[in-house]
Write a protein that binds this ligand. Structure first.
Ligand code: AKB
Length: 316
């Protein structure tokens, strides 16, 4: 069993991953760390929580000692679109939280799980069936920090034996906490707007294909990789994982099966459109499938059904 510290527990992934981990590992085995954004009631009332700045290594170390932590899941990140507004700040936050996590787990001989992203790829990457090992020259500061994070994580495994692992998440679609400042956020917003207004104005062009995944698959990928037999892992940092390759019209069409009056129009955001065009249309995830038996469960129809069901209750 593990004692896990989740940095960035109030964000899109953390809000659902912490309760999921608590079910799997036990309520007291998962400490939720947050800074300014408040935690959900479920997290606050469901187990230990700490107000912590991921940039302050000493404070993280105190929490690690207090709870006998052996694994850090570092979800702190300034996302792709937001990062472009203040690249130096984004770099400092994305790398600072990672290096603190790696250094502290080096001291205690522990493990670090760090999500990378489709954002780690760039315009010179093959964009269709993007290989696991390929050219990575991203053109956003978010992507640069993700490639660097993959390399730092490999380095800490090779030099110090820190058990580093990670996946390259695609856009993640969820219904508890909204993402903030990403390029793939449209694929979440569209479901909220479908329920609230039966209309969505999309900032990406129709035909802009990107990999996506529903949150239950994203959380399962995290736990399955953390639990995978280390002897089988050739890659560690980081594995391509995806569940669907989709574009805005495909989601709109799927929503219309349940809400026939739903409409979509387009007002393109040049920043996010140009980022999306440098990211894969679809990734090859053979390495994840071969090395730790990864298999996504939700496709677009199954995800859409569940999103609309949950959000129509939540937004009543
Ligand atoms: C973003 O759009 O920045 C993130 C990501 C794909 O990493 N959702």
């Amino acid at each position: 069993m593990k004692n896990i510290l989740v940095l960035g527990a109030a964000g899109q992934i953390g809000s659902e991953l912490v309760p999921y981990l608590r079910k799997f590992y036990g309520s007291n085995a998962v400490v939720a760390a947050y800074r300014s954004t408040p935690l959900t009631t479920e997290i606050r009332e469901g187990g230990p929580c700490e107000n912590l700045d991921a940039m302050e290594a000493d404070k993280i170390f105190e929490v690690v000692k207090k709870y006998n932590i052996d694994t850090i899941i570092n979800l702190v990140a300034v996302l792709s679109a937001k990062g472009e507004a203040n690249p130096v700040k984004a770099w400092n936050i994305n790398m600072g939280s990672l290096i603190n996590s790696l250094e502290i787990m080096r001291e205690v001989k522990g493990a670090v799980f760090t999500p990378s992203s489709i954002g780690a790829f760039g315009p010179s990457t093959p964009l269709d069936n993007t290989p696991q090992d390929t050219i990575m020259r991203p053109t956003t500061i978010y992507g640069i920090s993700k490639v660097a994070a993959e390399l730092w994580s490999d380095y800490y495994f090779l030099k110090y034996g820190v058990d580093t692992r990670g996946v390259r998440y695609p856009g993640i679609i969820s219904n508890v906490t909204l993402p903030g400042g990403g390029t793939t956020d449209y694929a979440v917003e569209i479901y909220y707007e479908a329920i609230k207004n039966k209309h969505y104005t999309c900032y990406l062009k129709p035909g802009t294909y990107l990999d996506m995944m529903y949150m239950p698959d994203a959380m399962r990928a995290c736990v399955e990789l953390m639990e995978a037999d280390p002897k089988k892992l050739k890659h560690r940092n980081c594995f391509n994982v995806t569940a669907m390759s989709i574009e805005p019209e495909m989601i709109a069409k799927e929503i219309r099966k349940h809400i026939p009056e739903f409409t979509i129009d387009y007002q393109i955001d040049p920043v996010r459109q140009s980022i999306a065009e440098t990211w894969p249309n679809s990734m090859d995830q053979t390495a994840a499938m071969e090395e730790w038996d990864w298999k996504p469960e939700y496709d677009l129809p199954a995800m859409t059904l569940d999103m609309l069901k949950v959000l129509s209750q939540k937004l009543k």
